[in-house]
Design a protein around this ligand. Structure first.
Ligand code: HSE
Length: 324
């Protein structure tokens, strides 16, 4: 029997989702892993780093510590799952985890964008896995699709909704809610970042577009290469006027590639009913891809939310555990 131990950094919207899904599905997950590998695998969360243990339910407190280094120094922990968000502490801990020969899984688009290729490069040097499927489009496996399924092809164009909270807010306003009401519900549902201006001002979508651009072209763009406009300038009147014309305003991320140029943008656009993203409402995300050889593809699913994002995190963890 082989054990595979996870050290979880953070117990917020996504971290608690990972814990709860594992609690509910652990027997089934271990059975599936054992079947795939031919070895009995016992997978579990060994320790959870949080800033304040008293905020949490008694049932999980025994696993918690306020010392993140304890997880990194623990020789029994195989994989560090970073779900604290932000770029300073999170980046430092992920680098330290790789240096200590741990695999790393994260949903942290901001940290990946900030460090560009440094975590991936370090993982390669250390011979460890670094995976981040949940960082873009929640449960939709777009990273796997670009990295594996479409690896022989070239992305010519990507047009996508990759921020769930702003899509949810715009949808709610078009249904009659005020901006404040829509923000409050998005917050309650765990769709917004700890700093909601990251969503509203288009930074979150910019980080994600940066990651998709790196996967599509090999080039990791800086923030100066992505034209970014948030939804802060959009008024309820503009949304209503668009509706009267049969259109919907959405925060759209675009990558367009010609022979000598790469155009990248995140900005509100008025979409007509013929547009593939027109029907993508609420916290749904979607991406319309145009490939050189494979033609057109459309991927869609929940882009934010606890269990939805946690499923993508667990997909990465299980795939690493299966490789041993
Ligand atoms: N705040 C993010 C969003 C969460 O609204 O899409 C998922 O990355």
């Amino acid at each position: 029997m082989k054990s595979f131990r996870i050290g979880l950094l953070g117990f917020g919207t996504v971290g608690s989702g990972v814990y709860r899904i594992l609690e509910a599905q652990r027997a089934q997950i271990c059975a599936r892993l054992s079947e795939q590998t031919g070895t009995r695998i016992d997978l579990s969360i060994k320790r959870i780093f949080v800033r304040d243990i008293n905020k949490y339910d008694e049932s999980v407190r025994s696993l918690m510590t306020t010392d993140a280094q304890e997880l990194i120094d623990d020789p029994e922990i195989d994989l560090i799952c970073e779900l604290i968000g932000g770029d300073t502490l999170a980046l430092d801990l992920m680098h330290r985890a790789l240096a200590a020969d741990k695999h790393v899984v994260t949903a942290n688009k901001m940290a990946i964008f900030t460090c560009q290729n440094s975590l991936a490069d370090m993982a390669r040097k250390k011979g460890k896995a670094f995976r981040y499927e949940a960082s873009v489009m929640g449960v939709v496996p777009i990273i796997r699709v670009l990295k594996e399924s479409l690896a022989s092809d070239e992305v010519l164009e990507l047009c996508a909704i990759i921020n769930g909270s702003t899509n949810f807010i715009l949808t709610k306003i078009s249904e009659g809610a005020s901006y404040e009401q829509a923000m409050e519900i998005a917050q309650q549902l765990g769709y917004l970042e700890a700093d909601p201006s990251s969503d509203v001002d288009g930074y979150d979508a910019m980080y994600k577009l940066g990651i998709l651009t790196q996967l599509s072209t090999g080039h990791f763009p800086s923030s100066t290469e992505i034209h970014r406009v948030g939804i802060g300038t959009i008024t309820a009147e503009q949304i209503e006027s668009a509706r009267a014309l049969g259109q919907k305003i959405k925060l759209v991320a675009r990558l367009q590639r010609t022979d000598d140029r790469l155009l990248l943008s995140v900005q509100p656009e008025a979409l007509t009913s013929e547009h593939p993203l027109y029907a993508i409402d609420g916290s749904l995300n979607a991406a319309a891809l145009t490939m050189r050889y494979a033609g057109k593809l459309f991927l869609s699913g929940a882009g934010a939310g606890s269990y939805e994002t946690a499923t993508a995190v667990l997909g990465d963890i299980l795939s690493i555990a299966a490789q041993g």
